[in-house]
Design a protein around this ligand. Sequence first.
Ligand code: COA
Length: 260
Amino acid sequence: MSFENLKVATTDGVRWITVNRPDKLNALSTATIAELDRAIDEAAHDDDVIAVVITGAGDKAFVAGADISELHALGPIEAKEFALRGQAVFARIERLRKPVVAAVNGYALGGGCELAMACHLRVATANAVFGQPEVKLGLIPGYAGTQRLPRLVGRGRALEILTTGRNVGAEEAERIGLVNRVCEPVALTQAVKELLAPILANGPQAVVSCLEAVLHGLDMSFEDGCLLEATLFGVGAASAEMKEGTAAFLEKRKPNFRRR
Ligand code: COA
């Protein structure tokens, strides 16, 4: 089935999902969120897809937030459902067992900032603008911004960004750990490829286990997180990947990790 609000293409095993409503600065309508869910599901189940990149159409915005025209009409029960639906889709992105990179090419406000934060890694263009401006609309973030932002930048910085609703430029975003890399707009695709290249050259199961250990571990006690790590370490020892990686080191050659 095709998409109305997304463009989806695969290059060298990397599935590029582009939110495609440039006339509305790629605002996330309910239909767009539903399509994003489907696109992530397809990426999860397609063995030819080894990584995912999420970006926005046009040169102005990644995603300028949830669609404000839909928010205006919501009652309390509907608003809660609206938030839970978006949270579930973003959680699926975060829990995807393949690396997900946000290629942030402009405004990443509200739901756009939350979408970028749900991705595992973020590359931003120098003109990108992050922020959670919901308070300016008399709202709070609904797609887990109050939870992921402090986990990424710390409580003090998150509380300031959330309560002022101010914009955070790309340079500051990099400095505070909100993005991994900043590049010139023309270099975005290349920067994403350069970030992904070493990850995709590593043992694929080991990479997934790192994602799992960090993302689940952060929601556990330190002790339980360490137990999860030890369990994944143990499971890894049963893999051909681990035998190949360690054998390659001992034989002074490059490892040859086969994809599943
Ligand atoms: N929801 C719905 N429509 C949106 C939108 C959003 N979050 N963000 C932008 N748009 C629409 C605008 O309404 C406008 O549509 P129109 O041409 O039919 O009037 C179009 O996208 C272009 O936006 P515009 O505001 O004219 O662009 P700008 O360059 O002047 O300003 C922003 C850019 C990002 C500063 C501004 O659009 C903005 O503040 N957007 C809302 C950001 C926000 O609060 N997000 C959190 C939502 S919870």
